[in-house]
Design a protein around this ligand. Sequence first.
Ligand SMILES: Nc1ncnc2c1ncn2[C@@H]1O[C@H](COP(=O)(O)OP(=O)(O)OP(=O)(O)O)[C@@H](O)[C@H]1O
Ligand SMILES: [Zn+2]
Length: 462
Amino acid sequence: MSTQKSNTAPISPRPGLRLHNSHQRTTVPFTPDDASNVRLYFCGPTVYDRVHLGNLRSMLSADVLVRLLKALYPQVTYVRNITDIDDKIIQRARENDEDISHLTERTTKDFHDDLAALNILPPTVEPRATQHIPDMLEMIGRLITQGHAYETEGHVLFDVTSFPSYGALSGRSLEDMLAGARVDVADYKRNPGDFVLWKPSRNDEPGWDSPYGRGRPGWHIECSAMAERYLGESFDIHGGGNDLLFPHHENERAQSLCCYPHGHFARHWVHTGMLLSNGEKMSKSLGNFHTIHEVLERTPAEALRLLFLGSHYRSTLDFTWEKLDEARRIMDRFYRALEKTPPASTDSIPADILEALCDDLNTPLALSALHRYADAALEGQQSAANHLWVGGQLLGLFTMKPADWFQGGTDLDPATIEALIEKRLAARKARDFALADQIRNDLAEQGILLEDGPVGTTWRKG
Ligand SMILES: Nc1ncnc2c1ncn2[C@@H]1O[C@H](COP(=O)(O)OP(=O)(O)OP(=O)(O)O)[C@@H](O)[C@H]1O
Ligand SMILES: [Zn+2]
């Protein structure tokens, strides 16, 4: 890492990274506690179903940040947890009549597959909540001893009034929160805002023995305990979607700072804007979501990645199929520009791309630099094609050879295409012309054109 010679050298001088900090509500220079090892924690998924595009947007923003940090610093320790104990999991397992561990294993595997398809790098450590119950119980014990938590009716609750800066992260005032609380608060709570650290489990629910009886942890303490276990009492960045800012992150911060008053927990808080669908948050509960699996059946993964990179991570993004098609056309153009130049992995990162990313991960600006390089490469400039390769790869793009993109870019192999042609023929015979047309149009959208001729239907890439 220290060699600064030739074209393999990291950029010099290095631009400083500026990153928005939700806690300060402004963009500030990022300075790690230890520049030899940057440490960050992102909240991972609750594994009870396939992740949707909204979840993916958060993971992808984290991925862009991690890739940039890896380009800037010698070591990055990235922790992203798996929440594998939660009421939603218990309920889904019951509905499916499925063993809880089977459900969580299965959906964790799907999650990994979906992320790998999008070229999202795995974290350094991926702790699972169920493997850290003793760490959580230790924190809960300390919080009780230090007067920040209390036991009541089999529950352990965090007393929000015991932490003077409760609300500071999300910009709320504790007084307003208490005054505005609804009346139907569980009567065992001292204050309406008190939240669960531990709760009792019925016999048919998963549980662990504890000083407070058989039970299970609350969601917030899981992240506090796993962050401390792998990153210590103080670390550099904590992130997730901005829907987690309150109460999840506010509560994590309260627990951790009360438990370890000499640490500072996360110095920098990073939050991704929501992915919308028709103007509303894409979410499982609203039923307006698309799974990654579903999207990848009709579009190559890099087009989806590009779509996300095209908007700034803190802004909201309204998902439409038209935008995805447009992203795919842009990828076609990029790969055209790369066609004549083999990947140039030894080139250093183009300064304009690095500067854009160091400006609070300005991916739209970085993409406009890629467009300029693509223009020049299409006019035959070799160095521009090199910059395009290297800049795009820093953003996790261009994992394919151009020839493979154009041939396999449909993600459809010939056998699948033939099977769809058969299905279309059967639909026509059954006079289901709507289905027949839909199959033809779906294929056309993936660049496969059908031609009906005297010897039957043939296909070609359009
Ligand atoms: N529409 C969205 N846009 C961006 N990020 C999202 C969106 N929905 C969820 N996330 C993020 O995905 C990550 C995983 O969250 P989690 O597993 O709690 O989601 P979930 O509860 O399954 O989603 P949902 O909100 O659909 O019920 C979190 O960082 C969360 O902020
Ligand atoms: Zn968390």
